[in-house]
Design a protein around this ligand. Sequence first.
Ligand SMILES: [Zn+2]
Length: 265
Amino acid sequence: MEFEGNIRKMITELHAPVKYILPIGGEKIDMNALIGKEISMRFDGQINCVSCGKKTKTSFSQGFCYNCLQTAPEASESIIRPELSKAHLGIARDMEWAEKHDLIDHFVYLAVSSALKIGVTRGHQIPTRWIDQGASYAIKIAKTPNRHIAGVIEVFLKDHFTDKTNWRSMLKNEVLKDFDLAAEKERIANLLPLELQKYLDPENEVTEINYPVEQFPDKIKSIGFDKLPEVTGTLAGIKGQYLIFDDSRVLNIRKHNGYFLRVAM
Ligand SMILES: [Zn+2]
């Protein structure tokens, strides 16, 4: 079978293990079905911006052309740094977009991908956000009515937890062993100033996430289509947004949002 088209990050569904679907052109590839099999992916140099669709030589910030990086609402600086969102003050690249994406319920969460990590996500992005990061466990910390407040809480907690995923450790499945997310959450409650404590989420449910990986690599070799236009290998598993091949090569699908690929299996 062969597919061709622009790819987007894999769509995921929380099952045990996670189900992965790769959108390519107008079609979808069931990636779980390819684990243990040989696949081949080829890139001929065409990248289309995920916002405006125009061809771009370089992909900025996971799929944007330079113009959209500067102007598109989905490439705003508050995507990476939620505390910079000013939508609650009526200021945004596109207020209509901000009303649907910034001025909605957000969660601050604690996740275990390798170490304990703090993060912010839109309410409807749970558990997608956790799966994309390759988290093994996650708990909601606070629920806020907009992106800005969630970002302010995250900034307070960055003194105590990392906000970065160590993707190499995550892919090797080097996951922190002894931890108690409910206890960490209680500790966090006491770290926050009073005016932010009212956003704490009373629910203490811990989500556990398992990935379809037959064999985790013990060393990691990261590959990408900019340097290597053709990738062929046997898929050993999928974690986060990474394809893991049986020879320890890993490919970040999300980094190639908007790349036009030919995929054969
Ligand atoms: Zn564009």
